[in-house]
Design a protein around this ligand. Structure first.
Ligand SMILES: Cc1cc2nc3c(=O)[nH]c(=O)nc-3n(C[C@H](O)[C@H](O)[C@H](O)COP(=O)(O)O)c2cc1C
Length: 190
């Protein structure tokens, strides 16, 4: 059983992602998204810098988001074929809810950039787990858009990086387990 919500530990032990393209309604309400983001913002954060930002993209903004992605894609690849462009647009329309997580490093801080970036990754992980705790599935994607300067400029401020696009919804098909690492391979006593 996936995302067994009977106890916090059972959820963490059974949590798994959904594929954004398979996600269907219902998604989280605006209030549930706010709760999920409060969890993400409680992540460990050395120096209390909040080196992350969350950008919600509501249902009525998805078409504009898709237009922005396509414009960025075509600017980078003027020879893009129609099929590729359709895929880029389809990315924007997946799942009932979408949050973009930005990593915002303060280069003047005495906290090393690496630690600030780790906090952004952890915030994204908390966001994914909180979405599961709230009764949904989440999918953390990157892809070309996460590295596109035009997409970053449209969503954030200079210097920001995209930690991920987190899609949230209900699974439209059964979730399948993937192989998990054998603890014997990744843990050793020192
Ligand atoms: C930084 C980051 C970026 C990812 N980007 C993608 C992606 O672009 N496409 C994809 O299929 N999975 C991507 N994944 C993997 C999925 O988010 C997820 O980890 C995977 O489907 C396994 O799901 P699980 O949460 O059940 O282990 C990414 C994961 C991370 C941490």
């Amino acid at each position: 059983m996936f995302n067994d919500r009977s106890t916090p530990l059972s959820l963490l032990l059974t949590r798994r992602s959904g594929k954004p393209r398979d996600m269907v309604a219902p998604g989280p309400t605006a209030g549930q998204v706010a709760t999920i983001l409060r969890v993400a913002a409680r992540v460990p954060d050395h120096g209390k810098l909040s080196p992350w930002r969350f950008v919600t993209i509501a249902a009525d903004r998805r078409a504009a988001f898709g237009d922005m992605l396509v414009a960025a894609y075509v600017a980078e690849r003027p020879e893009a074929r129609e099929r590729e462009i359709d895929e880029v647009r389809a990315f924007a329309h997946q799942a009932p809810a979408l949050v973009v997580v930005l990593s915002r490093v303060d280069p003047a801080s005495k906290i090393p950039p690496w630690e600030q970036e780790l906090s952004a990754g952890a915030a994204t992980g908390y966001l994914v787990a909180a979405a599961s705790a709230a009764g949904f599935v989440a999918g953390w994607l990157t892809g070309w858009a996460a590295y596109s300067p035009d997409v970053i400029a449209a969503l954030g401020e200079p210097g920001d990086r995209i930690a991920g696009f987190v899609f949230i919804g209900s699974p439209g098909r059964d979730l399948e387990e993937r192989p998990r690492p054998d603890l014997a391979e990744i843990v050793r006593a020192w």
